[in-house]
Design a protein around this ligand. Structure first.
Ligand SMILES: Nc1ncnc2c1ncn2[C@@H]1O[C@H](COP(=O)(O)OP(=O)(O)O)[C@@H](O)[C@H]1O
Ligand SMILES: [Mg+2]
Length: 269
């Protein structure tokens, strides 16, 4: 099976502020330490190894291989690094270390609103997204009816600036664009939670169809375990920026994640 994505030792460091140790001398010490690669004498030995004096590792040591046509469930608690991973894959942010290889074009559905220009109409946004994926105007035109139809955004609304759209309309249009425009890989980050149940099922069916019948690779971040199990064949768990479970069959991943949550829930619940 051919690989769609290969991720090697990927990491992302977020700085939480500027150097501020309280005195100029300490700041200078820290700065020199960083410059020359010495151990920083002002480093706080923290309770959490992900944190140091200036920031923390939102991701570290991430390795995985995703095969073409795989549907990967990405699980993990809030702040685990799921969105950071997807943002790196779509090149919205750059990794601090490590590298990744992607074979094919990525269509993504990240947080509501990303990928849209709010002053442009729905129709104009379809063309803009197509252009970003490298499609010709003629090719986009051919898919226009399918996209608008799937999004269920009616008549006049499609020619209204998307800043006037409800969050549900955003998601429906975003999903329709990601599904119908040419791409080999589809990323979705907790977006379907906003849509109504009927659209959610329709979107899930569409993703399944794209993957099983057209070889589209899907990476799906969601807390809806039922949806994950229905759509995905494999899964991973992130915990504090690390892989707490490597690529596994989706049932195993969901079970492990439930166990993990169970352990962390207070006894009285
Ligand atoms: N631009 C940023 N600057 C600093 N910290 C960030 C930034 N983006 C995300 N983070 C932090 O990185 C961690 C991982 O975030 P994220 O990937 O969004 O988690 P998840 O999607 O799993 O809930 C969180 O602690 C979050 O607060
Ligand atoms: Mg997130």
């Amino acid at each position: 099976m051919a690989l769609a994505i290969k991720i090697e030792n990927l990491s992302k460091y977020y700085r939480l502020g500027i150097i501020n140790n309280g005195t100029l001398w300490k700041d200078l010490q820290s700065h020199l330490a960083r410059l020359f690669g010495w151990e920083d004498p002002n480093l706080v030995i923290g309770w959490d190894s992900a944190y140091d004096r200036d920031g923390f590792w939102a991701l570290s040591g991430i390795n995985m291989e995703i095969e073409q046509g795989d549907r990967i469930a990405v699980m993990g608690r809030n702040g685990a690094g799921k969105s950071t991973l997807l943002r790196i894959l779509t090149r919205i942010t750059a990794p601090t270390g490590g590298c990744f290889h992607v074979k094919g074009r990525i269509a993504s559905l990240l947080e509501v609103g990303t990928g849209f220009h709010s002053e442009l109409t729905g129709r104009e946004n379809i063309f803009m997204n197509g252009a970003i994926l490298g499609m010709k105007r003629r090719e986009i035109k051919r898919k226009l009816d399918d996209i608008i139809g799937f999004s269920e955004i009616s008549g006049r609304h499609i020619d209204t600036p998307v800043k006037r759209y409800s969050s549900g309309m955003h998601v429906r249009l975003g999903f329709a664009i990601a599904a119908y425009l040419d791409s080999e890989i589809l990323l979705a980050d907790e977006v379907l939670a906003v849509g109504d149940i009927k659209f959610r099922q329709k979107a899930l069916d569409k993703m399944k169809d794209l993957s099983l019948n057209h070889g589209r690779t899907v990476i799906f971040v969601s807390h809806a375990h039922q949806m994950l199990q229905e759509l995905c064949n494999k899964g991973i768990i992130l915990e504090n920026g690390k892989m707490s479970l490597d690529m596994s069959p989706v049932e195993e991943a969901v079970n492990r994640y439930n166990e993990m949550l169970g352990i962390e829930l207070p006894k009285e619940m």
